[in-house]
Design a binder for this molecule. Structure first.
Ligand code: PLP
Length: 401
């Protein structure tokens, strides 16, 4: 029995699908201890949009550490944080005409979700949050209450409260506009749905099965929320930071969320980091009212700054991602057409693309075969029936091919 099986908790999961020990990684390639190489189409579940050990991020990180820059600073001012805020304002917010204040919660996605839900509740004085079928927002109690997956929910050990689930785009079939249902229940004082503080939504559901909401649906959702004075929280933790082709996944939908959550690929290097962006008038926090020891993770500030300056100072990277996304989608389309007898379909947006199988066994079998052939790709969706392609965005075209 190896060391992992002997003393690491049975809760471990990815290592069961990819049962090797990884030693090194560069770009889109992982190498195990025996020197076998794998192309990484998992990218840390969306953490490694710029691949492993990107030199454009590694260089400033090594320089920063070498110069004894602060590693940890709670929420005190640090030069690294100032440079991050400056880069974020200059290259992300200003060119998009966005006005948000930035909160640093703890460093993981669920920390940002918890902070956002708490803020929305405090701003509106309402407790309920509307979440969507197949939504995924994290494993701590508040985020889990907004997460649809029964396997995860059943591990909570107590009733999960404070949320109401509504059907996501497409859930009731292609022709149904599920925002009409939301509008209806919010308009009806006897619908049994407590008026929510906010809706929390992913523009493309990542863990829930690569379900892209249409831009029309997102616009309509925003309209319903404005009509009923409900805040819009976009959880861009998995599909933000360029995954769909634009820095924020909602840009092409032309909506203006009240609160936006980023984590995963924000540091760009795999270092834990999360932010809550809120419209300035929502920033009603009292000093220290919400905190977290690891809010000041300076190495993440350094690599996030480098990622923004390297990839987001103009729109060339965005075009490159859109281009690769189309290529990947075309390739998956022709693959599924060649195997039409299996009833495989494709869906996705930009560089989050998927092959959808009839059941989890087929998707598992393909993932296992891919791994044997040196490709790491994971399954998602309610029955694990979706094979999700999350290649690094800066993967070379030949490697993607
Ligand atoms: N929100 C979304 C959309 C996610 O995909 C995830 C993780 O997969 C989370 C929140 C939770 O992030 P974390 O695992 O860092 O807490």
């Amino acid at each position: 029995m190896n060391i992992f099986e002997r003393i690491e908790s049975d809760v471990r999961s990815y290592c069961r699908t990819f049962p090797v020990t990884f030693q090194r990684a560069k770009g889109a390639t992982l190498e195990d201890e025996e020197g076998n190489r794998y192309i990484d189409f998992l990218s840390g579940a969306g953490v490694l949009n710029y691949g492993h050990n990107d030199p454009a991020l590694k260089r400033p990180l090594l320089e920063y550490i070498g110069s004894d820059g602060l590693t940890h600073s709670l929420d005190m001012h640090s030069g690294a944080k100032a440079r991050f805020l400056d880069a974020f304002e200059t290259h992300i917010l200003q060119p998009r005409g966005m006005r948000y204040k930035i909160q640093f919660p703890g460093p993981t996605g669920t920390n940002a979700v918890e902070a956002a839900m708490k803020l929305a509740r405090n701003v509106t004085g309402r407790h309920n949050i509307v979440s969507f079928t197949n939504g995924f927002h994290g494993m701590t109690r508040g985020s889990l209450a907004a997460t649809g997956n029964g396997h995860h929910r059943s591990a909570a050990g107590i009733p999960l409260a404070g949320t109401t689930f509504m059907p996501y785009d497409g859930y009731m079939g292609e022709d149904a506009d599920t925002t009409e249902y939301l509008d209806k229940v919010l308009s009806d004082g006897s619908s049994g749905i407590d008026k929510p503080a906010a809706v929390i939504v992913e523009t493309v559901q990542g863990e829930g099965g690569v379900n892209p909401a249409s831009f029309e649906w997102l616009r309509s959702l925003e309209k319903v929320c404005r009509k009923h004075d409900v805040l819009v929280i976009v959880d861009d933790i998995q599909v933000g930071c360029g995954r769909t082709g634009t820095f924020f996944s909602f840009e092409r939908a032309r909506i203006s969320p009240d609160i936006v959550l980023l984590s995963k690929s924000l540091s760009g290097y795999g270092l834990p980091f999360a932010v809550v962006l809120m419209k300035p008038e929502l920033d009603i926090w009292e000093p220290g009212e919400h905190n977290g020891t690891f809010r000041g993770h300076n190495p993440a500030f350094v690599t996030a700054t480098a990622a923004i300056e390297t990839y987001w100072a103009d729109d060339s990277f965005s075009r490159e991602v859109a281009n690769k996304g189309e290529y990947l989608r075309g390739w998956l389309n022709s693959l599924s057409a060649r195997h039409s007898e299996m009833g495989v379909s494709t869906r996705g947006r930009g560089m989050i693309q998927a092959l959808v199988f009839n059941d989890g066994d087929d998707a598992d079998a393909v993932a296992a075969r891919a791994f044997e052939r040196g490709v790491i790709v994971e399954t998602c969706g309610s029955d694990g029936e979706v094979l999700k392609f999350l290649a690094p965005l800066n993967i070379a075209k030949e490697e993607l091919a």
